[in-house]
Design a protein. Structure first.
Length: 108
């Protein structure tokens, strides 16, 4: 399923060209400029790490991963998904984990 989604996202990006960007990228930038970083709380459940947003203004973002690296990738994808941004635009979105003790994500 993941490969099909990636292929579809790349096809959309190819058809629209590099100058066209999804509306969600603008919404994402606007959200972070008003509300700041999105913070996540993590729990270990049955060998998986579950992350849930604690301050997202439009509900909750929940994702999981088997390790910290996969969790980081999945959190970024979940944030993009909540703003309806295809994963092929992850580089343009420039989401980064903010340095610090809390799990906060913001735009670079």
């Amino acid at each position: 399923m993941y490969l099909i989604k990636r292929a579809k996202d790349q096809l959309i990006k190819l058809l629209l060209g590099n100058k066209a960007v999804p509306r969600g990228l603008f919404d994402l930038g606007h959200y972070f400029s008003i509300y700041g970083p999105i913070t996540f709380k993590e729990d270990n459940v049955s060998g998986k790490i579950i992350a849930m947003s604690t301050n997202f203004k439009y509900g909750s973002i929940v994702t999981s991963g088997k390790d910290k690296t996969e969790l980081d990738k999945n959190i970024k994808d979940a944030i993009l998904t909540s703003f309806e941004v295809p994963s092929s635009y992850a580089k343009e979105a420039r989401l980064r984990k903010v340095a610090g003790e809390q799990m906060e994500y913001a735009l670079a």
